[in-house]
Ligand binder design. Structure first.
Ligand SMILES: [Zn+2]
Ligand SMILES: [Zn+2]
Length: 311
């Protein structure tokens, strides 16, 4: 995957300091190197729906609050409301240096997908700030699209992502008290994707350690969201004690799933620190250490080497 950093850097005034967040600065010079204080707070929200109407009134304020909390990068998930809004993540990423984008059709909207939409996605995949294809997968909880259509659209997007050489971001939600979507999703990934070697992310992980292990063996990262803080989420916490630290990411899935102590409110990227705090409690690490490790994992997995050198 090629990310054009010159494009990102050129948006900054040459030779200037850019304030990343309170009290910390990143020097951007003509050689494009950047440095951070060793103790700089560093978090990456690997999954947020920033384009949603819940943010229409104060989107820039929300983004600044994230920066102030130490959120260094955010992935704007581009599935939007389906066809007609497939570039929504890209628009946000192209307007903000620290935002990256995905593209893809969510299983909820699978029934709306047409050949023209797939052709549009193929073109959008070439935009420089697109780092992954997603979120794609299976949702048998809501069943907004027929399951056979979900499987077809998922499989077709895996083929397109492979051609675009992009990793995939997986959404997988089974029916209540069932593992149906997990079994089918992991099996489709094994059959149709694993050999690509591109890997991906299991986003907002809610499965068992067994599910996580199968995905890890196929080169996936496991991303934990704010629901890891919910009292009933013991299964997620159990899995999180097993997943290797260098294979974890954190996310908010904003505006959904606000973590404790913000539960019931709109979620926002600044709250990603709560997932780090919970993972830290499980693994005997500080929130800051989890933040830095998962940020490092993110830059390494997505080959964002410029950023990786900075932390
Ligand atoms: Zn999802
Ligand atoms: Zn999502």
């Amino acid at each position: 995957m090629i990310v054009d950093f010159s494009l990102l850097i050129e948006k900054q005034p040459a030779g200037d300091c850019v304030v990343l967040f309170k009290g910390q600065q990143s020097i951007i010079n003509n050689s494009q190197s950047r440095t951070l204080e060793p103790d700089a707070l560093s978090f990456v929200d690997s999954h947020a729906h920033l384009e949603m109407e819940q943010f229409n009134g104060d989107r820039e304020v929300v983004l600044q609050r994230a920066r102030d909390a130490g959120v260094e990068s955010i992935v704007a998930i581009g599935s939007g409301t389906g066809p007609g809004s497939l570039d929504c993540g890209i628009q946000l990423a192209e307007g903000h240096e620290f935002v990256y984008a995905t593209i893809g059709i969510h299983p909820h909207e699978a029934k709306l997908a047409t050949d023209a939409d797939f052709a549009e996605l193929e073109q959008l995949a070439k935009r420089p700030k697109v780092i992954a294809w997603g979120e794609i997968g299976l949702d048998y909880f809501y069943d907004y699209s027929p399951r056979d259509v979900q499987r077809q659209v998922f499989t077709r997007q895996m083929e397109l992502a492979r051609e675009a050489k992009l990793p995939i971001v997986i959404h997988c939600r089974p029916s209540d008290n069932s593992e149906n979507a997990w079994e089918e999703c992991l099996e489709l990934i094994r059959e149709r994707w694993a050999a690509s070697g591109l890997g991906g992310v299991l986003h907002c992980f809610t499965g068992t350690w067994g599910h996580a292990k199968r995905a890890l063996d196929m080169g996936f990262m496991i991303s934990f969201a704010g629901n890891i803080t919910f009292p009933k989420a013991q299964q997620i916490r159990d899995a999180a004690t097993e997943v290797p630290l260098d294979r974890m990411l954190i996310e908010t899935d904003s505006p959904f799933l606000a973590p404790v102590p913000h539960r019931g409110k709109r979620n926002e990227p600044a709250f990603v620190v709560e997932a780090a705090r919970q993972l830290g409690e499980l693994r005997g690490l500080s929130m800051e250490e989890v933040g830095r490790k998962t940020a490092n994992n993110f830059y390494r997995f997505f080959s964002l080497h410029e950023k990786l050198n900075s932390i």
